[in-house]
Design a protein around this ligand. Structure first.
Ligand code: THU
Length: 130
């Protein structure tokens, strides 16, 4: 996986983050199997719980554009250690089988497989043993 273009796009879209409440800007870039790159920044709300994470904004853009197969996502923030996706985003990454995730700050990065971020994401759900 060649991450450079994803990381670059994620830093770029992070500039568009709408984060007046947390002042914590996040950028995400998602590479589809057909070569298209989709980006997202976090979008906060006065009603804090309505805030959307950068990861899910990127996935929403990709799905709305018709992409269904993905190679990987890069997530960036200006943190001391690379930022970590929330549990809800991990579940959504699992829904669409995004196989690899690169988490980066300005000086380092960590790469994870989906199964490491969320083990057994779909095991047993809607499984009635029929
Ligand atoms: N946030 C993301 O967008 N992605 C992450 O991986 C971590 C957290 C956002 C949500 C909220 O707008 C702000 O960062 C603080 O949690």
């Amino acid at each position: 996986m060649e991450w450079n273009s994803l990381v670059e796009a994620a830093w770029q879209v992070r500039e568009q983050a709408y984060a007046p409440y947390s002042k914590f800007a996040v950028g995400a870039a998602l590479l589809a199997a057909d070569g298209r790159l989709f980006v997202g920044s976090n979008v906060e709300n006065l009603s804090y719980g309505l805030s959307q994470c950068a990861e899910r904004v990127a996935i929403g853009a990709a799905i709305a554009a018709g992409a269904r197969n993905f190679l990987g996502m890069a997530v960036v923030a200006d943190t001391r250690v690379p930022v970590s996706p929330c549990g809800a985003c991990r579940q959504v990454l699992a829904e669409f089988g995004v196989p690899r995730v690169l988490l980066a700050n300005r000086s380092s990065h960590l790469e994870f497989r989906l199964e490491e971020l969320l083990p057994r994401a779909s095991a047993g759900i809607l499984d009635r043993g029929e």
